[in-house]
Design a protein around this ligand. Structure first.
Ligand code: PLP
Length: 365
């Protein structure tokens, strides 16, 4: 058999996005696919060979900086939110230079922080959240001490899409002179396009770094995570020497690094602009309401009123429902506390997808 035919057979085993209501990734925008193809053999790990791609990355970071209220941003496009979080904390740890460093994160933080604790040898302190699943700032204050190298806030939690009180956290960080990292891996390309956006970004004085992933709501091709710093010294704090390459120093975690994420993210943000992105975000928020209404009519209650295009519904049978749907080739996810089924209403989760899903769910419950 022709190898391409063989590959297609494997690919057909994958579940199409039109049956996936759990993922923070989506089908890339068509302009992203074109851009990806153009940059297919680029390697930003050896920048002297690809000065054009380097230049493009700088322009993209400026566009992202503009979205995040930072005039002179420093950063790069990486493999995803996990790498951006690792590097954001690594930078704060290196800048603060404490013998026994710790960071304070909300209990609702993404599991990438487990890896951070292991890799960076930084103690991770988890602060309790309130009844709305936002971190309790007074709890954060209790956990902070002279060895705290970063306070973390989340703008768009993985499980519920909630936004932490970043404004208050930033005031606390400023008062204590501690760098603040905002994990906006998901919300970073949602919140700025909402009506009356919550000020989660560099508009807050103490925010030193932000994770913002184009391969989530930015509709770029995978991999495309983003890490942005307010100050150059935080980027420099990550550098190691690279003796045999075209550059002298490297601040990234990975060595070889594709330019495809840069090109595809740039193509989407540049061609859609604020209005195009807003249209897509508005549509996702509208479809979230459609899902909420459909689920409410089946008797499901949301864990919190959805803040963005992530919503979870309480049910003791969450795991059973998820498993039965998966047998029928529909993918949803669950959360454990409280027991709930969870949905992410990405651009591919159209009203039609929701109607088809609800019809299947009715057969399951
Ligand atoms: C808030 C948040 N941070 C970080 C990540 C990790 O991103 P990635 O899977 O791209 O490494 C996720 C993934 O869902 C996330 O929701």
């Amino acid at each position: 058999m022709d190898v391409i035919e063989e590959l297609k057979r494997y690919r057909e085993m994958d579940i199409p996005y039109s049956r996936v209501l759990s993922s923070m990734c989506t089908t890339p925008h068509e302009i992203a696919v074109k851009a990806h193809e153009l940059f297919i053999n680029t390697n930003l790990g050896d920048p002297g060979i690809f000065p054009g791609t380097v230049e493009l990355e700088k322009k993209l970071i400026e566009i992202i900086g503009d979205i995040l209220h930072c005039k002179t941003p420093f950063g790069y496009i990486c493999s995803g939110g996990t790498e951006a979080n690792i590097q954001g904390i690594r930078s704060a740890r290196n800048v603060k230079a404490r013998k026994e460093p710790n960071i304070v994160i909300p209990m609702t933080a993404h599991f990438s922080f487990e890896k951070i604790c292991d890799i960076l040898r930084v103690e991770v302190r988890r602060a309790r959240v309130d009844e709305n699943y936002k971190v309790d700032v007074s709890e954060v204050e209790k956990l902070v001490d002279e060895n705290t190298v970063a306070i973390v806030g989340i703008a768009g939690t993985t499980e519920l899409g909630q936004i932490d009180p970043i404004v208050e956290l930033s005031k606390l960080a400023e008062e204590k002179d501690i760098p603040m990292h905002v994990d906006a891996a998901f919300g970073g390309l949602v919140i700025p396009f909402m009506d009356n956006p919550y000020p989660f970004d560099f508009i807050n004085k103490a925010v030193t770094s932000i994770t913002i992933d184009p391969h989530k709501m930015g509709m770029a091709t995978i991999p495309a995570g983003g890490l942005v710093f307010r100050e150059e010294r935080f980027l420099r704090a990550l550098e190691v020497e690279t003796p045999y390459l075209t550059s002298k120093m490297q601040f990234t975690l990975t060595g070889t690094r594709p330019g495809t994420g840069v090109a595809s993210a740039y193509a989407v943000l540049k061609s859609l602009g604020y209005r195009g992105m807003k249209r897509i975000v508005d549509e996702c928020l509208r479809n979230t309401r459609v899902l909420l209404e459909e689920m409410s009519s089946l008797g499901f209650e949301p864990v919190i009123e959805p803040v963005m295009n992530v919503v979870a519904f309480k049910t003791e049978s969450a795991e059973e429902i998820k498993a039965e749907l998966y047998r029928r080739r529909w993918v949803i996810s669950t959360i454990r506390n409280p027991k709930a089924i969870r949905f992410v209403v990405m651009p591919h989760v159209t009203e039609e997808v929701i109607k088809n899903f609800i019809a299947e769910l009715k057969r399951v419950i």
